[in-house]
Design a protein around this ligand. Structure first.
Ligand SMILES: Cc1cc2nc3c(=O)[nH]c(=O)nc-3n(C[C@H](O)[C@H](O)[C@H](O)COP(=O)(O)OP(=O)(O)OC[C@H]3O[C@@H](n4cnc5c(N)ncnc54)[C@H](O)[C@@H]3O)c2cc1C
Length: 424
């Protein structure tokens, strides 16, 4: 139910339908439309900010907040760099000529800078440049969208015809009418290493991070927010950032956010010929739109694990609690056949398959901004299956929002207010 402008309510509940009417320090908490009425007798918060969820986005957020001198607490229900959410599976693609919308280009350029800066101080490699191919017919959304972004933002790129694609990347078998946008800076992020690097740097700057600590509920207080864990511990802070990935709809259940969790499976195959022709620079990262139901994307061979390939989207909707992690033979075969059509010798013995979750917004653009009813609560979610490359810059955006109240990045595309009709 939308809050009327003059509706002052007692602060409610949050996660999982729990209702918390008890007020902090025995005080009645009142707020209306983004305004919190502080009680001057209240105790000061222990933290400047609590970050709920330490996956891709949350780990970046704690780092940027700690880097900017904030007292930050991070809470994560699972272990560091776990495989239960959306940020596992060894590799994520990063690319600049963004077919989805040119508005992402300035953000991804800043993300590159931040990844490189992070890598300079990290113990592991985070980013590998392999080049990237966006393959399809000239009129396909993938090719047209990539060209549009490249041209609008003056990005270095090449438009390759089919014979040139196969000449440069001999493992591929493009169709006669295929073209490809090739961009040199595209490549691979190693997501688990990225999360570890953000977490290590956050901790080195004084962030307090608790793993295997599930946040069970949160509520507004006279001076900010309080989060209660499943073990009954209660933490207070001036602000809260919810980076709960596929769990966002539960954690902000009062908002009735129009999010869908989609099951997506990553597959690994052993190539049928010597893997060298499948390694960078002979094979870059790629997305292929052959007008099949879902686009195929994949990575070059990086050694022992084989070639990773997957469909982008599945239209299989689930919840984090009900995610089916068992992968069927049919699913493997569907990807193998599409991969074989693009790279005949790639689709050898099946090595492994792992399920993962996309959190989709209706327009597939991110959701980043202030909670509509709580001035001190921020949401960062709905990354719609293409968010990992942006984690570094999303961390910076969150720190801007918490510290300045606005970001110097243009994030209008991600405004939660576009879902206002869905809010209860
Ligand atoms: C198969 C697959 C392939 C992808 N490929 C790409 C790609 O190539 N390039 C790209 O840019 N993006 C890609 N993405 C998308 C990208 O990985 C996601 O957008 C990104 O990882 C989302 O990060 P997140 O922080 O929102 O979610 P997560 O990393 O899942 O983090 C959310 C965290 O919140 C924690 N949490 C939730 N509720 C609670 C609670 N109550 N208490 C404590 N902790 C809680 C969870 O345990 C989790 O750790 C892919 C995604 C998938 C699934």
């Amino acid at each position: 139910m939308p809050v009327a402008p003059h509706d002052r309510r007692q602060t409610p509940l949050r996660v999982g339908g729990l209702i918390h009417k008890e007020s902090l320090h025995g005080l009645i908490v009142r707020h209306a439309f983004g305004k919190v009425y502080p009680n001057l007798n209240a105790k000061p918060s222990m933290y400047d900010a609590i970050v709920l969820g330490l996956g891709g986005m949350g780990s970046a957020a704690v780092m940027h907040l700690a880097d900017r001198g904030k007292r930050v607490l991070g809470l994560e229900q699972f272990t560091l760099a776990h495989d239960r959410g959306s940020s596992h599976g060894n590799t994520r693609m990063i690319r600049q000529a963004y077919y989805e919308d040119p508005a992402y280009v300035p953000l991804v350029l800043r993300a590159y800078e931040l990844w490189m800066e992070l890598e300079n101080n990290a113990e592991e490699q985070l980013l590998m440049r392999t080049g990237g191919l966006m393959v399809g017919r000239m009129e396909s959304e993938l090719v047209q969208g990539s060209l549009r972004s490249a041209r609008e933002h003056n990005l270095k790129h090449e438009l390759l015809e089919a014979n040139e694609i196969v000449r440069r990347f001999p493992a591929t078998a493009p169709r006669q009418n295929d073209v490809a946008v090739f961009e040199e800076p595209a490549g691979i992020l190693f997501p688990e290493a990225c999360i570890r690097a953000h977490v290590q740097r956050a901790q080195s700057k004084g962030a307090e991070l608790r793993f295997q600590t599930e946040a069970k509920s949160w509520e507004a207080t006279p001076i900010g927010v309080a989060v209660t864990t499943a073990d009954g511990e209660r933490f207070e802070a001036e602000q809260l950032v919810i980076c709960a990935g596929a769990w966002l709809a539960n954690v902000a259940s009062d908002l009735n956010l129009p999010l869908r969790v989609e099951r997506n499976v990553m597959h690994w195959f052993q190539p049928r010929v010597h893997p060298d022709v499948f390694g960078p620079p002979k094979l870059p990262v790629y997305i292929v739109d052959h007008n099949q139901k879902f686009m195929l994307y994949g990575f070059p061979s990086l050694g022992g694990t084989g070639l990773k390939a997957a469909f982008h989207h599945s239209e299989i909707y689930t919840t984090p609690q009900e995610l089916d992690r068992t992968v069927s033979e049919n699913e493997v075969e569907a990807v193998r056949q599409t991969l074989a059509d693009w790279m005949p010798a790639a689709a050898g013995k099946h090595v492994a398959s792992v399920a993962c979750m996309y959190t989709l917004t209706p327009d597939l653009h991110f959701l980043i901004g202030r909670h509509p009813h709580e001035a001190n609560v921020w949401l960062a979610g709905g990354f719609s299956g293409h968010g990992f490359k942006f984690c570094s810059v999303v961390g910076e955006i969150i720190a801007d929002l918490i510290i300045e109240g606005v970001s110097f990045h243009d994030i209008r595309l991600f405004d939660p207010a576009r879902f206002v009709d869905h809010w209860t």
